[in-house]
Every structure is written in structure tokens, then in C-alpha cells.
Design a protein around this ligand. Structure first.
Ligand code: AMP
Length: 384
């Protein structure tokens, strides 16, 4: 068991790393963040930061020299860097689990191999393969780059009648996955924590709604039947077991009108749809990640209150460096503000989130929508 006082290494310096460092700090651990040379909101809350690219041998040596154990806060880290870290100090989750989750082709093949329900798909690497995949899968379908895609990036919906040659030329990926379009009723996700020794703690499913392909609100508990919620928990567990996972993971699902589920994707780290756990659960997803990687017993995932998490995206900012007026949020005694310390707001950038707690989830949702509408119309007014 790795005790407080030890230095934990985090690969990646985004907001997920920042919130991990805050949880670690609260519990008396030290942190060293390796940013990869990217903008890093975690840097100001870490004890130490290594602000260098992931292919720097000096940065690697410094990181493994300072950290006793390592984890990640995003999955798009070159596999060589992950393996080089894992060769020197324990890294959780493993490079193998990360490699599967960071690439859609591997992820979809993994799901298929393990009989976990997901959208039908074909892997394509040329216009000819795309043409035959469209024939088999049909339309509507969604073409997605195999590597490094998130938040709807590197995706194109095919409605039918497109010229596969043209689509392939316009598509900037060497390999892609063509997925059958899932006519879902809603999207949910489950956060699962695994200690690596057979203990799994699962959070209540969150119901996720998107705006411009980015998470907008997470509603917890999700408004689905008990059977669907239980099925989601079981499937998340099967995914984690098959990955031999250690750490925290988000599993996203499509819910079909009959209540059945298809896995959309996995996130091998804390997830945006788990941010409500910071204020509404006994153990936050960040503390849970720490517990899992340090070999502490996992904490309770119990939901203490209905909650709606509202993402604060850059389009709510009246100016690039001027934040919205937070007074209506502060006037709501059940709202908790989390800002990531990013100085420049751009359209879909995640600047922070707010957790709205209350006795009734519908009421939390109304309060969240009201805040969002006020900020969006204020921002639109200032740019008009
Ligand atoms: P992703 O980046 O794969 O999570 O996709 C982003 C969003 O696109 C999802 O949250 C869905 O709303 C939508 N989407 C992705 N794949 C499909 C699919 N096969 N069928 C229907 N909608 C999809």
C-alpha cells in the first residue's frame, strides 16, 4: 500500500490531472505531472511539473526518477512512452489496457472478441474497403478515424448515396472504422474502479446529453429502468475484467428504445461524466483512481444526492478572457463551481463544470438549464 507522503506521477497535465492532483494533495500525497509539452492546467496544483514532450528521454528519466508509481489522465500518449515508464515504475492502468482504449479499431475488436454488445463495424483502410463496408453495414453509418479520436472529432456520418472515393479522400485518417448508426434513445455511462485484485466498485450510471458533440450535462441517477442500470453495471464489469484493469474507467453506452445497451467506447481514466462524484458521492472518481493505483482499499461509490453536472464550455464566455457572471450560480446554495484555470476561452473548450445538487434530479436539471441559457445568451449578446 502506497502511503501519503509518497510522490505519484501523472502522465498528462489537463483538467483531469489537475483534479487528481487536488485529491492527492488533500490526502497528503505529492504529485509530479508530465505535461507532454501541452497546455497544462494541472501544473499549478502539482508539486512538480515536467513540461516536456512525451518523446523526451530526459523528461522520461526525470519522471521515473521522481515518481514512485504512475497513472494517466488521458489516453492519447504514445505507447513507447507508456512502456518506457512501465519498465521503470508501476503504471496503472497497464500500457496494454491503454493501447486498446486509445484506438477505436483495437477497442471495437476487443469488444467483439469478448462478446460485449457494440455497434456492428468494419475496419477500412482504402476507398475500396469503404465501399464494401458501406454495402455490408448500410447507412446511416458513422465513419471514425481509428486513432486518437474523441468528442466527435475525426467522425463523419454517412446518410447513403455518398461516393466512397470522395468520402475517403476527404477523410484524414489512414485507417478508420465504419460503424452502424445506433438509433439510441439516450446515452449513459458508468464509472468503474478496479483494484487489480478482483475488487470492483461501480458508480450509479450517469445520463449524458451532448451539445455540439461535447458533453453538456450528466444527470445522476440516469433516468433508465433498474434493469438497464444493472445491465450497464454488469457490462462495465465485464469490460474491466477482460482488460485486467486497474484504476478508474468510464464506459459509455447507447440505450436503445427497448432498454438494451451497446458499448460506445471506454475511457481508461477519470471521465467528464464522473465529475459529479466530486460533490455528490462518498468517494470522488479522482480519489478512487488514487486508491486503485496506490493499492488502498476502494472507497464507497454511494450517491449522496441527486445531481446534475453542467459543463462550462468556452462559448459561455462573453470574451476570450472574460468569464461569465457567476452570481446566479453562487446564489444557488446547492451549486458547486469547478474552474480549471484556463486563461483563454474558445468555443467548445472545457473551462470548468458546475454540480447542482438537490432532492429531485428534474429540479437540478431545470436549474442547470436556466444557468446555461443565461450564460449562453449573455455571451451571444456580447459578441453580437
Ligand atoms: P464518440 O466520439 O465515438 O463518443 O462519438 C461522439 C458522439 O457521436 C456520441 O456520443 C454519439 O452521440 C454519436 N455517435 C457516435 N457513434 C455513433 C453511432 N454508431 N451511432 C449513433 N451515434 C453515434
Amino acid at each position: 500500500m502506497i502511503q501519503p507522503g509518497t510522490t505519484l506521477g501523472i502522465i498528462g497535465g489537463g483538467q483531469l490531472g489537475r483534479m487528481f492532483c487536488m485529491a492527492a494533495r488533500r490526502m497528503g500525497y505529492r504529485t509530479v505531472v508530465w505535461t507532454g509539452g501541452l497546455e497544462a492546467p494541472a501544473m499549478v496544483v502539482a508539486d512538480e511539473a515536467i513540461d516536456a514532450p512525451f518523446d523526451s528521454p530526459q523528461a522520461l528519466a526525470e519522471f521515473v526518477g521522481k515518481a514512485t508509481i504512475a497513472t494517466v489522465e488521458f489516453e492519447n500518449i504514445p505507447r513507447e512512452a507508456l512502456e518506457a515508464v512501465a519498465a521503470e515504475i508501476p503504471l496503472h492502468p497497464s500500457p496494454e489496457a491503454l493501447a486498446i482504449c486509445q484506438n477505436r479499431e483495437r477497442e471495437k475488436r476487443f469488444l467483439r472478441t469478448h462478446g460485449i454488445p457494440c455497434a456492428d463495424f468494419e475496419v477500412v483502410a482504402s476507398a475500396e474497403e469503404l465501399a464494401s463496408a458501406i454495402k455490408r453495414i448500410g447507412t446511416p453509418s458513422v465513419l471514425k478515424t481509428a486513432a486518437f479520436g474523441y468528442d466527435g472529432k475525426g467522425q463523419r456520418k454517412l446518410e447513403g448515396g455518398e461516393d466512397p472515393g470522395e468520402v475517403w479522400r476527404d477523410f484524414d485518417g489512414a485507417r478508420a472504422v465504419l460503424e452502424a448508426f445506433v438509433p439510441f434513445e439516450k446515452e449513459i455511462s458508468v464509472m468503474i474502479a478496479c483494484d487489480g485484485h478482483g475488487d470492483y466498485h461501480v458508480y450509479d450510471p450517469a445520463e449524458n446529453r451532448h451539445r455540439h458533440h461535447i458533453l453538456d450535462v450528466s444527470i445522476v441517477p440516469a433516468r433508465v429502468s433498474d434493469e438497464t442500470a444493472q445491465e450497464a453495471v454488469q457490462l462495465a464489469r465485464r469490460v474491466a475484467e477482460a482488460l485486467d484493469y486497474r484504476g478508474i474507467m468510464g464506459v459509455e453506452f447507447f440505450v436503445l428504445p427497448d432498454g438494451s445497451l451497446r458499448v460506445n467506447e471506454m475511457a481508461p481514466r477519470p471521465h467528464n461524466s464522473g465529475h459529479h462524484t466530486l460533490d455528490a458521492c462518498v468517494t470522488s472518481q479522482f480519489e478512487q483512481q488514487l486508491r486503485a493505483v496506490c493499492g488502498l482499499p476502494l472507497g464507497s461509490t454511494r450517491l449522496l444526492s441527486p445531481v446534475v453536472m453542467l459543463n462550462l464550455l468556452g462559448d459561455m464566455w462573453p470574451e476570450e478572457t472574460t468569464a461569465p457572471d457567476w452570481s446566479p450560480l453562487f446564489a444557488d446554495g446547492g451549486a458547486c463551481l469547478h474552474l480549471y484555470g484556463k486563461r483563454h476561452a474558445r468555443g467548445r473548450r472545457k473551462m470548468g463544470h458546475a454540480n447542482l445538487l438537490g432532492d429531485d434530479v428534474e429540479d437540478c436539471l431545470l436549474r442547470a438549464e436556466k444557468l446555461k441559457e443565461a450564460w449562453l445568451s449573455e455571451a451571444a449578446g456580447s459578441t453580437a
